[in-house]
Design a protein around this ligand. Structure first.
Ligand code: GLA
Length: 488
């Protein structure tokens, strides 16, 4: 186990962001998909661009006006050139790009690493994909004035399988060929990889794209379960985000039906602190002052755009109750996000030991309230499915807790039912198939002699990778309600 952890640390340290000089902080912009699905028309793109400026969002940092599915034609020109949908975009893409640039914004296009793009025109004809046409399409997109490319993953395996979540091919080459084609154009493109996290892109896409989706779509329709699913999927990969290459948690749902206003803030605080691209996907022409207040919260946006570019990392889950995540900022302070998973408002104790501190000067970043110097813990009320986001300055470090490690694979442990031992490599083994009545019992755990409490930290990989909101949300979760502690 120790050898495995060591090599993992080396790997994470060696990943660097794509060296195209772009996205040194997470990209910010607007995308139509959660508002208009694949039906967006030119007037809506223009209104959205105008609204980015009018609402003040451009000046907050939302610079990219991106297109998503449905802007493409279903056939190339006779010479094989990519073409736009002339019904939806009567003035054409170059004119739209000019309009967007004229507003002081950048312009993004969308294509697909497969035979076709996702979804259909009027339920039958496929929209164009770029597989096999990468250099030609990159040249075309550059000539039209694009500054950003979202590159999707439908029909990547063959021309009839819409979305293969277990593709029998390596997807990375589909993405590197477009990376190289974009670089050949000599136009600067932010390159946004959208393969839905199916082949662990965090582990390879750092040198391929400026961001990579880590999960299946957030919506539409969105529900709080989507946020839970995506956040759980982020736990093991926060260390792969950095300047030039970011974990993409998917579009913002702030302002959309399906989430409460507390859940909008929950998403925004977490996405910002996890250094996800912040891509608005709501109708800004009708957005309320509250929605603009969330999207425009300069302190939370500043966390996202912090030049150090470190994601918050998972620190602790209080079972079915609340999470603590934290990470460093460039000025030496920390940002911490506390997530209330409960369906009810509650009082949350922020224990500074969970972020390695004894005391610190605490600021509530939502409200810009200076809470003074706090020692040991801070108690705050948080809405149902709400989030708290704090800055901790001038922290006094705590002595890190000392843990004794007990391996699941130890020969002295007892397995029942389907639980079984599996070797990963010459030096590491895991116990799998725990749950549904199958158990693992550790023996010889030192409970101490002096009474009191002990902190138990469980490292657990959930292999029940779920892709849909309707699945059980990450089915077999390791939580203390499933852990019996006889004798402790
Ligand atoms: C995929 C992507 C989404 C969106 C749709 C468009 O599902 O993951 O973000 O682009 O395609 O059809």
């Amino acid at each position: 186990m120790a050898a495995w952890l060591f090599s993992f640390t080396l790997l994470s340290g060696s990943v660097v962001g794509l060296n195209n000089g772009l996205a040194r902080t997470p990209p910010m912009g607007w995308n139509p998909y959660n508002v208009y699905l694949c039906d967006t028309v030119e007037t809506q793109y223009r209104s959205a661009a105008h609204a980015l400026v009018q609402s003040g969002m451009r000046d907050v940092g939302y610079r990219y006006l991106n297109l998503d599915c449905g802007w493409q034609a279903t056939e190339r020109t006779p010479s094989g050139t990519f073409m736009w949908n002339e019904t939806r975009l009567p003035s054409g893409v170059p004119a739209l790009a000019d309009y967007v640039h004229g507003l002081g914004l950048m312009f993004g296009l969308y294509s697909d690493a497969g035979y076709f793009s996702c979804d259909f025109d009027s339920g039958s004809d496929h929209w164009l994909g770029s597989l096999g046409f990468e250099q030609s399409d990159a040249n075309t997109f550059a000539a039209w004035g694009a500054d950003y490319l979202k590159y999707d993953n439908c029909y990547g395996v063959n021309s009839f399988d819409f979305a293969d979540h277990y593709p029998p091919i390596q997807e990375e080459p589909h993405y590197t060929v477009m990376r190289d084609a974009l670089q050949q154009t000599n136009r600067e493109f932010v390159y946004s990889i959208c393969e839905w996290g199916v082949q662990d892109p965090a582990r390879w896409a750092g040198s391929v794209g400026n961001s990579w989706r880590i999960s299946n779509d957030i919506g539409p329709p969105v529900s709080f379960e989507s946020l839970r699913r995506i956040i759980n999927q982020l736990v093991p990969i926060t260390q792969f985000a950095g300047p030039g290459g970011w974990n993409d948690l998917d579009l913002l749902e702030v302002g959309n039906v399906g989430l409460t206003d507390a859940e909008w803030r929950f998403q925004f605080a977490f996405w910002a602190a996890a250094k996800s691209p912040l891509i608005i996907s709501t109708d800004l022409t009708t957005a309320s002052a509250e929605v603009l207040g969330i999207l425009g919260n300069n302190r939370v946006v500043a966390v996202n755009q912090d030049p150090l570019g470190k994601s918050v990392a998972f620190k602790r889950r209080y079972t079915d109750n609340y999470d603590v995540w934290a990470g460093p900022l460039a000025d030496g302070s920390l940002v911490a996000v506390l997530l209330n998973w409960m369906n009810a408002q509650q009082s949350i104790i922020f224990d500074f030991a969970d972020v390695g501190l004894v005391s610190a000067d605490l600021t509530d970043l939502w409200t810009d309230t200076d809470l003074g110097t706090i020692t040991a813990s801070f108690t705050a009320t948080v809405d149902a499915h709400g989030a708290l986001i704090y800055n901790l300055r001038d922290g006094v470090q705590a002595v890190p807790p000392q843990f004794t490690t007990y391996l699941a694979s130890a020969a002295s442990n007892t397995l029942t039912g389907a639980a079984s031992l599996r070797s990963l490599n010459a030096s590491a083994a895991v116990v799998g198939y725990i749950g549904y009545g199958s158990t693992l019992t550790f023996t010889g755990v030192d409970g101490g002699t002096s009474g009191g409490t002990k902190l138990l930290s469980l490292t657990y990989a959930n292999a029940d990778y779920t892709f849909y909101n309707s699945d059980c949300s990450n089915c077999r979760r390791a939580e203390d309600k499933y852990v019996s502690m006889a004798g402790l």
